[in-house]
Write a protein that binds this ligand. Sequence first.
Ligand code: GDG
Length: 481
Amino acid sequence: MTQAELVVVANRLPVDRVVDADGENGWRRSPGGLVTALEPVMRRADGAWVGWPGQADVEVDPFEFEGTFLVPVSLSADEVEKYYEGMSNDTFWPLYHDVIAEPRYRRVWWDTYVRVNERFAKAAAEVAAEGAMVWVQDYQLQLVPRMLREARPDLTIGYFHHIPFPAYGLYSQLPWRRQVLEGLLGADVIGFQRVADAGNFARAVRRQLRYPTKASGITVPEPDGTTRNALAKAFPISIDASSYIELAQREDIRARAAEIRESLGNPKKILLGVDRLDYTKGIRHRLKAFGELLEDGHINVGDVTLVQVASPSRERVEAYVQLRDEIELTVGRINGDFDTMDHTAIRYLHQAYPREEMVALFLAADVMLVTALRDGMNLVAKEYVASRIDNRGVLVLSEFAGAADELPSAIRINPHDIDGMKDAIMRAIEMPPSEQGRRMRALRRRVMEYDVARWSKSFLDALDDARRHKSDTRNSAEVHA
Ligand code: GDG
């Protein structure tokens, strides 16, 4: 087996299984920011990626794919149900998003989560070279850092948390709150989206484990009686901005944007929402505000259309089934009340589109609505901004999305305040081009400067520092021995 200097461990492998016309199985790189960000790093570093291939009960041997060594971790259908749909998406996801939906605490899910985390940790331990760096991704794998450290104390371990970390009062509901903190603290560097998330984590560690913390450092006791320092701090994730700029410059995509406007009956203003269909995204609140604006007569369907892309997500989890029903009922009601033969109030699309179509939509949209009730970052906000090479368009952005920390030139909203959101939408619709330009330029500067390459570099630099520090302490211990 390959011995890799850099190992990424994520729930999913960076590839999707595809079957070609002859029925042959193959693999295709899955689109996604993380994959794009890490690809060059992985190539340079003799990298390996440990993850689930995305289908239950599929056993695949490790293989080389476009310069990265891929190590598939197999999950049974029962494990997918308990570890992924259950513990990850029906316990951690709602709990970490401020219990917008009620988290379910089921012991059998936890047991499977532990077992599956062990399997990921074992696969990573097998493929990592002596003294390698391992970077674990996200809430599905919170126990891996500790398990890996126990198996391989020579490794330097990083963990990045893509979703929020909740306030202690909520976090403390978790029956396994100590185990999860201990699991994460197996890492040398623990990255969060926002400064507030890192703060919530440090507070949980102080309250629950009584470990001292100072600035971003946490003093973690080791089994041998010594202590070590773990770093817990914000590394806000970003997007591959240049690839969005390239798409936005393409003639065919610009033509498609014009065609989209045309097909909606050339309204004066197009509002756009693009989200996975998830209760954290505030889609219902957005529809409520939009519906009321129509009802109040502030806007009419001839002038303003809302396009809502809600890409299918977690369709086997009950809360998502319910959410879809509620949203579709609301859309149906609003359209029923306000549509005309020529114009629709909401063009609702429960589909996933290729990136080219997304960028065409971004270019067609005068106003982008990001109304999340809670969101680690929200990459869609950044993708919209990067695509607006014409410095036009308005971003309406929830203060509960991580992106709000970095994008102060957006129109900031509290999605729970429906009147406030209605005012913000009207302001966005009526904003003069000069103000749009001023705001959009500021937003674009930020997104282009802090792109995903910069994000991964800053995290890996921190990890490298931790590794150097580790070998310094080891050397000085040897000198003193
Ligand atoms: C989690 C955190 C954090 C969506 N529909 C389509 C499509 N998308 C793409 C978007 C964007 C991505 O999916 C969604 O990223 P978000 O950041 O908006 O949200 P989550 O999926 O909840 O991601 C989040 C993120 O992790 C990264 O750390 O920012 O807070 O919740 O890139 O464009 N892409 C295509 N077709 C679709 O229909 N091609």
